[in-house]
Design a binder for this molecule. Structure first.
Ligand code: SF4
Length: 311
């Protein structure tokens, strides 16, 4: 599967193999919150999170789910005019918090869209993933080809969790992954490179823990400074060391070499609307970073998993 031409097991390649096409994510926003915003574990959110909870903000604009779906599907249909086209993705905030009622009601509604969207993805925090949440999502498996749970890990260092005001733990991440895994839910872990006080091997440590937890997927992000975040204030006060693209490309290439080859890479770099994005600049576009990472691996003569120690 991993070759010189395709040194990374990307989601695009995996979907093409399975469905003959790349399904497009349709982002749905339930307008919920997160324990790190309402005071349950913290106030004001993680330092990099904007007011929309890293989502579309559609619920704040009072767009109902059906409208959000139709808009998203119209965009997906530009690429896939017929047949299966989309992945339903509940992205913003923590979708299993504060209780399961809004998500449960939404799941009743979206099931009928599964003929067009054969994959369901739900984003949440590990500390919001109870046994009941795991059961609710496992109950969706008969309606979809796969149900994905996207967990933020973001750092494997609990000290950095505090620095970034995230207030979750590595232990919670492993508990949540275990809960999802035993029910046959696919686990996708989010990681971030370059957070304040993260050690040089921070991304490698995250990949190590993600592999240990048995996750089926991973998303790589760089630390981005967005408007209306605590990070923006730190950046304006000149209190941030930014990770720039050449360094990021090396770090991700190193991390990929240590990532088991069967783990699907859902994202190699984060993106944000230009109107919200502050730093680091310049930053190449998504496709460019993707190519530079693959070129780096080709130059090294390595690929995903090539430096994994065999037992
Ligand atoms: S846990 Fe997620 S939604 Fe909550 S503040 Fe952090 S990034 Fe935002």
């Amino acid at each position: 599967m991993i070759s010189r031409e395709a040194p990374v097991h990307t989601l695009g390649r995996s979907l093409k193999q399975r469905y003959g096409r790349r399904l497009r994510r349709v982002m749905l926003d339930l307008g919920l919150t997160c324990p790190n915003r309402d005071g349950n574990s913290g106030y004001g959110g993680c330092i990099y999170c904007d007011l929309s909870g890293s989502g579309t903000g559609a619920a704040k604009r009072e767009e109902d789910l059906a409208t959000q779906w139709q808009d998203g599907l119209t965009r997906a249909r530009k690429v896939n005019p017929e047949g299966q086209a989309a992945i339903i993705y509940f992205q913003s905030y923590s979708n299993t918090y504060p209780d399961l009622t809004p998500l449960s009601e939404a799941l009743e509604q979206i099931r009928e869209w599964s003929s067009v969207a054969p994959i369901l993805a739900i984003g949440t925090r590990p500390d919001c993933f109870s046994e009941e949440a795991a059961d609710l999502l496992a109950a969706q498996k008969p309606f979809f080809d796969e149900v994905w749970i996207e967990f933020g890990l973001e750092t494997a260092d609990d000290h950095v969790q505090k620095v970034i005001g995230r207030h979750d733990t590595l232990e919670n991440f492993h508990i949540a992954c275990e809960r999802a895994g035993t029910r046959g839910l696919h686990r996708i872990a989010h990681c971030i490179a370059g957070l304040p006080e993260e050690k040089d091997d921070g991304l490698l440590r995250q990949v190590e823990e993600i592999a240990k937890a048995g996750c089926e997927g991973i998303k790589f992000h760089q630390m981005m400074v967005l408007r209306k975040t605590k990070l923006a204030k730190m950046w304006m006060d000149d209190k941030l060391d930014l990770l720039h693209a050449p360094e990021y490309i090396q770090m991700v290439a190193d991390a990929l070499e240590q990532l088991p080859p069967e783990v699907i890479v859902h994202r190699l770099v984060a993106e944000a609307p230009e109107t919200e994005y502050l730093a680091p600049k310049p930053w190449p576009g998504r496709q460019k970073v993707h190519s530079l990472i693959e070129q780096e691996l080709q130059k090294r003569g390595t690929g995903q998993g090539s430096r994994l120690k065999t037992p």
